[in-house]
Design a protein. Structure first.
Length: 321
């Protein structure tokens, strides 16, 4: 599956979309505790998008959303995130409140966690910046559903959206992606940096464990087609137990600073997406080994992140299926 085949198928604050509109059902993923969340990257991205003026940032709602707003035509924001619409006794500031025309604004509880920032970002992209939101799904081997990728308004993305040279990836604000990795996905661990500073190239261990000889890596200046052909060998020979052992053996008692995977957005021919996860030594090895590789292969995973050239995804959070 090539890139073309895969394709078929803001404001000053976190203000969100029209009342009565239906938001993408993928937002329902966030009504769960994340398996992984990159606090530092989420908070920095939130600050870059919203540039909050107040020390305690609060998510303020105007007339643009209410608790009855639908997600995918099913659940409502109020049923999934009831605390989002809770009243509090004080506003952000008197001057801020008086600056509104109709007095209907409500200042909600302070957003002081990365998870709340992630929710605000997802709501913002789903309503105010749909053209910069990617909703993608890999093929489902059990149901026969094919891969898909659309923007937040359910429109086709530009045909070159995965290419490093594309305006879609290079444009600002950076595109946000909600990626549904279906059961049967093959997370290929490529490299890891440990808390002692060691960097280990895991794909070398995979080659030995998969029982063959991988083609030579085409190099940093190679084309997406050439890189896809290289990673295709690993996908075709994939064994999740070998991939799990490669991660666990490499860590050897250290904490993970960052880890990188490759995963196909289509079949074993790609296109392959580079996943970058910055753990900052805050998670146990089992999150990136057993939960990602073994459970991910069996059940799938749901990823929220941002896109950059390669194609590459900076993973902000991961939710289990």
């Amino acid at each position: 599956m090539g890139v073309m085949d895969f394709m078929k198928g803001g404001g000053s604050g976190p203000n969100v979309g029209p009342q009565g509109s239906s938001l993408p059902e993928e937002l329902m993923w966030l009504a769960d505790a994340p398996l992984f969340i990159d606090d530092l990257r989420v908070d920095a991205f939130y600050d870059a998008i919203f540039r909050p003026d107040y020390g305690e940032t609060s998510l303020t709602l105007q007339k643009k959303v209410n608790k009855n707003t639908k997600l995918g035509g099913e659940a409502t924001l109020g049923s999934l995130f009831p605390g989002l619409f809770a009243k509090v006794g004080v506003t952000v500031s008197g001057e801020h409140s008086r600056g509104r025309e109709d007095g209907q604004e409500r200042a909600l509880q302070p957003i002081s966690s990365a998870y709340r920032h992630l929710l605000a970002l997802a709501l913002h992209y789903s309503t105010e910046n749909q053209a910069r939101l990617v909703l993608a799904r890999t093929p489902n081997q059990d149901t026969g559903e094919t891969a898909k990728a659309t923007d937040g308004d359910d429109s086709d993305l530009p045909s070159d959206w995965l290419l490093s040279s594309s305006n879609f990836i290079r444009a600002l604000p950076r595109a946000m992606i909600l990626l549904d990795l279906e059961a049967g996905c093959k997370l290929i661990p490529a490299a890891v940096e440990l808390s002692n500073g060691d960097v280990k190239l895991l794909y070398k261990d995979l080659e030995a464990g998969f029982g063959g000889t991988a083609p030579q890596y085409p190099g940093a200046r190679s084309t997406l087609v050439e890189r896809n052909a290289y990673w295709q060998w690993f996908a075709e020979n994939y064994k999740d137990r070998v991939a799990l052992d490669a991660v666990e053996d490499a860590v050897a008692g250290q904490k993970i600073q960052w880890i990188a995977y490759r995963v196909s957005l289509g079949d074993d021919t790609g296109p392959f997406l580079h996943l970058s996860l910055a753990a900052h030594g805050a998670y146990e090895t089992g999150v990136f080994g057993y939960n990602f590789i073994s459970r991910g292969t069996k059940h799938g995973l749901r990823l929220v992140g941002t896109l950059k050239s390669e194609p590459d995804m900076d993973v902000l959070a991961v939710f289990e299926r």
